[in-house]
Design a protein around this ligand. Sequence first.
Ligand SMILES: [Mn+2]
Length: 470
Amino acid sequence: MNATRRSALVFAWILTLVYGLLAQASPDFDPEVFAHRRAALMQRMGNGIAIITQRVWEGKDFYYLTGFDEPDAICLLIPEEKSRFVLFISPADPSRTLWSGKRHGVKGAKEVFGADEAFPLDQFEKLLPRYLRGRDRIFCSARDRELLELLQRWVGSATADFPMTISDPTVHIHAMRLIKDEREIGLLSSAASITCEALQEVMKAAEPGMYEYELEAILEYIFHRRGSPHPGFPSIVGSGPNTTILHYESNRRQTRDGDLVLMDVGAEVGRYTADVTRTFPVNGKFSRKQREVYEIVLKANQEAISIVKPGVGLYEIHARALEVVRDGLFRLGLITDRESAWQTGVWLMYNTNHWIGLDVHDVGGRGPRDGKGMELQPGMVLTVEPGIYVGEHSLQIVQARMQRADPKRREEMAAFLAAVQPAVEKYRDIGVRIEDDVLVTESGYEVLSQEAPKEIRDIEALMKQSSYLR
Ligand SMILES: [Mn+2]
């Protein structure tokens, strides 16, 4: 090996090292990742041009393709041009920096985000025709009314060399977002791990008399200390009757001895959010009736997870959970007819799975409604979150429906209400949800949130431990 070659190797080695350190310093930004995604989308575009705007609901798609998350930006992707990736952004401006922080500006758009060309946003309308010319198709979101109106003014105008067809690329982008790569799985896995550690700490610290927001504070303290800058969505911390409110977020109630606490929470790491729910007794010991409801939900959670593997349909996972819940509700006397879907629906009223990712309810759809739903594939990450909620409001919903029902149906509903009354008295204000984050693997599944205990004996044992945060 000659000296020049050796020093070149050493130089390359130092570059790799420095690059590695930089990449570590900012785990959520690696320009290669985003370039790779753009290339994958552009492969499906032929001689088209994609115009993707950073507006509220397109935000995550924009980030997914560019890594750029300042508001008010537009991205062009043009596979057959020399400049394949063009950004229009708000320019760097000291008075804006004073109020709301630094912008990357035109220079940063190119240097940091790898744009081939970048311009201030106010030049978009002027420069767009230049990029449209010679393309045979425009890809833009059907929901982007403002952009569509602008395009309609040009497309079909006298200038014949503008593309005439507009199609929506969203379905392609969402299909890509549905399958997570190694890096995304790593981020979701850290997010889930941090969430589980925080839930463990809350279980150790919890005692009757604490306010829901105190439990929230302990949870989020651990999030921040472990590298999650904020929760991926507002933390749900419901105690007592609040456990039966699905999206309870006010978190102001003082817990009492004998309450269950339901926490539906998720740390965000590198823009990816976990979504985990645990339900536990604030005094550290499940009562007999809490245990009865809890065991059903736990079994539903475990059985639904156990069938996760490639090829299984999303609705099949849900159906398995529902079956276990239905049998349990029948045993408890909360339903009278196993065959009646509406009866089970009184106590479990939602679909028990959704995707997670950049959004906590991530994109990708559920597949055809009538069949088994979307087929699972390796790299998908879904929640499995059955629950049972014995809230007074659920009975009121049945009563309201009764008013509108035909006489036969009304009779059926009245009979139901009368028959379940004793069980409702017994289990009133008990709400239980157990939610895990599950990665579909080649051979089956991996539970990313398994560090948060969910077996009754494990929860009770953990809650006996002392906490430095009480
Ligand atoms: Mn969820």
